[in-house]
Design a protein around this ligand. Structure first.
Ligand SMILES: [Fe+2]
Length: 208
């Protein structure tokens, strides 16, 4: 993909330093940011926020690829196991998509630890350990945990899409929108699985 396809037109930015119209958009943006707080424009700070959020979700997605195989193994119903398997493949594609976004920005992909995803995965892990193996109630618990993950991701990608649109990076917005739609579908599928039998199955299980 072309490296500078998302570079902003120079006309919008009038930082007082004379920056030669660099071809490396990432480096140019960084050097503009070093001009001191007084000269930071909203747009530049928004770009910084966008990058921070992008690094966060990059870490989150990578972390999730370690958790999903465990969730798949722990699932009692085949449908839920298949849903986790599918979402693992989808997540791997989403990681590649984020790497494409970094590439479009002319930057190396970089992750920043996402405390929220770490916590959500820990909660999923606890549920798997606490609820009985082979039970539907464990499936019901994992669906809840997985939906919390999906909702975090929906919020993250929804925000990234809007920030990218605001900054006129429409090709990046479209890439992230594809992921946002996958996350929404994954969330809906989990709801369907819960409602189509797993929750009812869990309800009929006796307390040990
Ligand atoms: Fe994802």
């Amino acid at each position: 993909m072309p490296r500078n396809s998302v570079a902003k037109p120079a006309s919008r930015q009038t930082a007082t330093t004379t920056k030669t119209a660099g071809k490396s958009s990432g480096a140019a943006a960084t050097s503009r940011r070093t001009n001191g707080a007084a000269q930071k424009s909203d747009e530049t700070m928004l770009n910084e926020l966008f990058l921070d959020e992008l690094k966060d979700i990059y870490w989150a997605e990578k972390h999730l690829t370690k958790a999903l195989p465990k969730m798949r193994k722990a699932a009692t119903s085949q449908e839920l196991a298949a849903a986790f398997e599918n979402h693992l493949a989808e997540t791997e594609g989403q990681i590649k998509r984020i790497e494409s976004v970094f590439e479009l920005l002319g930057m190396a992909a970089k992750a920043k630890k996402c405390d929220a995803m770490e916590g959500l995965v820990k909660e999923a892990q606890s549920l798997m350990e606490e609820l009985p193996k082979g039970s539907m109630v464990r499936d019901a618990g994992m669906i809840i945990a997985a939906q919390k993950v999906e909702h975090y991701e929906i919020a993250a990608y929804g925000s990234l899409v809007q920030l990218a649109k605001t900054m006129g990076k429409n090709n990046i917005a479209n890439l992230l929108l594809a992921t946002l739609n996958e996350e929404k579908n994954a969330d809906q599928l989990l709801t369907q699985l819960a409602e189509s039998g797993i929750n009812v199955g869990a309800e009929s299980e006796e307390n040990e």
